[in-house]
Design a protein. Structure first.
Length: 142
């Protein structure tokens, strides 16, 4: 029987089982960009490109963009409480996000997208968090 994410997340972080699960999870490609990077590294293409174009050849930006466009891990569904909270939030047309709201958004985002984000004072990060959740929320209303 396959164990779910919450089983492993609730394990003692010092156990061998948790460490093996975490290593498998981190080694798994996040999206198409990671897969392409593994192929280019294995074939030597990456070293050639870096030699010709220099260290900053744009590969990292392309990888990130491809990972965002073609993700392998599917997000979890919103719970009813999360959906209701986001409905109220997105309908309120707020102009600023206070720390309590941000903490709630981070908690929802971490569970839905299997992330480990932290509360941030970075305005761009907060807007990205808000817009990612809003885009995902809008999928429910289509």
């Amino acid at each position: 029987m396959e164990k779910d994410e919450t089983y492993y997340e609730n394990l003692d972080k010092r156990t061998k089982e948790y460490k093996e699960w975490k290593a498998r999870r981190e080694a798994a490609p996040e999206g198409l960009g990671d897969s392409i990077e593994k192929i280019t590294e294995a074939t030597g293409i990456k070293k050639v490109v870096e030699f010709v174009a220099g260290e900053d050849c744009g590969c990292d930006k392309r990888k990130e963009k491809l990972n965002k466009l073609f993700r392998y891990r599917n997000p979890n569904c919103l719970t009813e409480d999360e959906y209701n909270y986001l409905t109220e939030l997105f309908n309120s047309k707020i102009s600023t996000i206070d720390s309590a709201t941000q903490r709630k958004l981070v908690k929802i985002s971490n569970r839905v997208f299997n992330r480990n984000q932290q509360v941030s004072s970075c305005g761009v990060c907060v807007r990205k968090l808000y817009s990612n959740l809003k885009s995902y929320y809008e999928l429910y209303n289509e």
